[in-house]
Design a protein around this ligand. Sequence first.
Ligand SMILES: Nc1ncnc2c1ncn2[C@@H]1O[C@H](COP(=O)(O)OP(=O)(O)OP(=O)(O)O)[C@@H](O)[C@H]1O
Ligand SMILES: [Mg+2]
Length: 324
Amino acid sequence: MSSTVDDDTTTLPPPVLTDGIVVHDLHRAFGSVKALDGVHLTARAGAVTALVGPNGSGKTTLLLVLAGLLVPDRGAVRVAGHDPVAHGPLARAGTGWMPDTFGTWDSLTAREVLLTFAAAYRLSPAAAAARVTELLATVHLSEYADRPASVLSRGQKQRLGLARALVHDPSVLLLDEPASGLDPRSRVDLRILLRRLADEGRTVLVSSHVLSELDEMADDAVFLSRGRTVVPEATAGTSASWHVRALSVEALTAWLTSTGTAWQPDGAAATATGAGGVLVDVDGDDGAARLVRDAVTAGVPLVSLVPAAGALEQAYLTLEEERR
Ligand SMILES: Nc1ncnc2c1ncn2[C@@H]1O[C@H](COP(=O)(O)OP(=O)(O)OP(=O)(O)O)[C@@H](O)[C@H]1O
Ligand SMILES: [Mg+2]
């Protein structure tokens, strides 16, 4: 996972790229609220880039600008080589946009919704029909194709929104909270689909609050805080909480206590497995290796030792520290 914030480009012109997304010193205010206050980022083609930030940090505003749905106050944006303001139709032809909630019209079926968008993108009726059938299958909605879209569940509507974003085979995908409302199976499907789309050479920029999920699907990450792109503090090697589980949690806690190691009950381990686990502050990978060695030497029946938070979550929490 690498950060793709260009933090040293304030005085440079935006780089010229013909694919991917480049954003240079982007600003957008709503009245006195500076929703975007100096955003710099690059999202490369062939990769999934995570857009991470707290509520109100400007993620949706940024995605709306990239989708050509909101005009920025200043700054430069290139999406697949096009400026969404100056070359709106060209940029939108190459961009698939999935909003955080996908509104549908009461009278149209799921298939008709997608056909309407396909027609707007000027697909021929025959091409549109084939494409829509294929996409309904991709998002597992074939069964619901001819029912009114308005009766779809929230998660089904999200999946329809994803299909809509893909209807014109865009090279850049902008997805705002695509996993929200999806059941576990659909989340896995989404992850596999986004990976496939990136492997096909597309640019995928995806915002989500579910950091563990982004951790698994994203190659790069961009962090927003109060409308600005920020670089989180390096977290590697610092002390972090790890889940430790053992066949006998009593033996584990007795040993931890005897070695003077602080531990806390691990609610997640207890509910997920019914077995006992604790949370221990571990000093990086070296600390984890030492803990395993010492526990095994002492005869503690260890089952697993895993970081309590993924890399993205730990990076995110350093941002939250900055906010306090
Ligand atoms: N249409 C609008 N009018 C006024 N203020 C707005 C508008 N849209 C966004 N804002 C403000 O801009 C800031 C950024 O909002 P935005 O929706 O981009 O955040 P976000 O990162 O997507 O948050 P969330 O994680 O909650 O979706 C917030 O302070 C919000 O109140
Ligand atoms: Mg948002």
